[in-house]
Ligand binder design. Structure first.
Ligand SMILES: NC(=O)c1ccc[n+]([C@@H]2O[C@H](COP(=O)([O-])OP(=O)(O)OC[C@H]3O[C@@H](n4cnc5c(N)ncnc54)[C@H](OP(=O)(O)O)[C@@H]3O)[C@@H](O)[C@H]2O)c1
Length: 277
């Protein structure tokens, strides 16, 4: 696996995002957290945007701000991507408007904290539908267009939890293991066709994630927490450099590296300690 240590403090490389100006990016999960940061960073590069998530209002507000500030074209598409067939409907809606996507930021996702058997099954399956099925379908429908035109960029948001099983985040961590494995394999498959696929693995980041997951934040986790801007910068920089995957933040790279040297039973115990009960 190809991973790069990154403190996420420089944003200049995003300014060099390959000939980004005039292109169009689809950002899922663009109503909060990392999605907002991707939108701001890409709009600053004069990339036109399609913003997709369930909540229209925060996306309309963001779109208004970014149009005023950067003069880019922005379409807001309120959609529940966990609904079966949502990715296809989003693609058809963009095709009807003849909007071509050059950059896909597959970011929408959420976690579920707690014991698997104590969590209503439909909440787990809804999360799998969003984190895995929608992400896969979006990669397919937009990846095919990109491969046909011989260029394109796809950023998948995995997680530091992708690297080991995590008790009390069992299904969520497993969805992110899927995203990372899928993304790295696609990187090799699509590169010869001119399409770059990069998987970003954020560690704990200050977004709406904890509230959505119902997750406590332990004192140790607080020490490892990053702001969303450097995490988004790390992902876009890795994408522009054509990397297969990247872990955001120096400390998160240390955690992932140290886990490679420890037995899986110890990895599970350490993640449980860091993430709290
Ligand atoms: N924050 C962290 O600690 C962390 C760490 C590792 C990985 N990640 C990953 O980073 C990505 C972004 O999350 P975040 O941290 O920025 O959390 P966030 O602030 O909660 O953002 C999640 C985004 O996903 C959207 N979303 C949720 N359900 C959706 C659905 N059914 N259909 C369409 N959009 C949906 C939300 O919008 P609506 O509610 O408006 O639909 C929101 O825009 C996720 O894939 C997450 O797993 C986060």
């Amino acid at each position: 696996m190809q991973h790069t240590a990154d403190t996420g403090t420089q944003i200049s490389v995003v300014e060099n995002l390959d000939a980004a100006s005039g292109k169009r990016a689809l950002i899922t999960g663009a109503s909060s957290g990392l999605g907002l940061e991707f939108a701001e960073l890409l709009a600053a590069q004069k990339v036109n945007l399609v913003l997709a998530a369930r909540r229209r209002e925060p996306m309309e507000k963001l779109a208004g701000d970014l149009r005023r500030k950067h003069g880019v074209d922005i379409l807001v598409e309120p959609i529940d991507l966990a609904a079966p067939g949502a990715a296809g409907r989003l693609k058809s809606s963009l095709d009807e408007r003849a909007l071509k996507i050059d950059i896909l930021v597959n970011n929408a996702g959420y976690g579920l904290h707690g014991e698997f058997l104590e969590t209503p099954l439909e909440r787990t399956t809804d999360m799998i539908q969003l984190n895995i099925t929608a992400l896969t379908e979006l990669s397919y429908v937009f990846g095919r267009d990109m491969a046909a035109q011989g260029s394109g960029q796809i950023l998948l948001i995995a997680s530091l939890l992708a690297f080991q099983p995590v008790p009390n985040f069992a299904a969520y961590a497993a969805t992110k293991s899927y995203v990372l494995a899928f993304g790295e394999a696609l990187h090799d498959e699509l590169r010869p066709q001119g399409v770059i696929v990069t998987s970003l693995c954020p560690g704990h980041t200050e977004t709406g994630f904890d509230a959505a997951a119902g997750a406590p934040v332990s004192a140790t986790l607080r020490l490892l927490t990053m702001k969303p801007r450097p995490v988004a910068v790390t992902g876009l920089r890795a994408l522009s450099q054509g990397q297969a995957s990247v872990i955001a933040g120096f400390m998160n790279n240390i955690v992932a590296f140290s886990h490679r040297l420890t037995p899986r039973s110890m990895q599970r115990a350490s993640m449980k300690r860091i993430l709290g009960p």
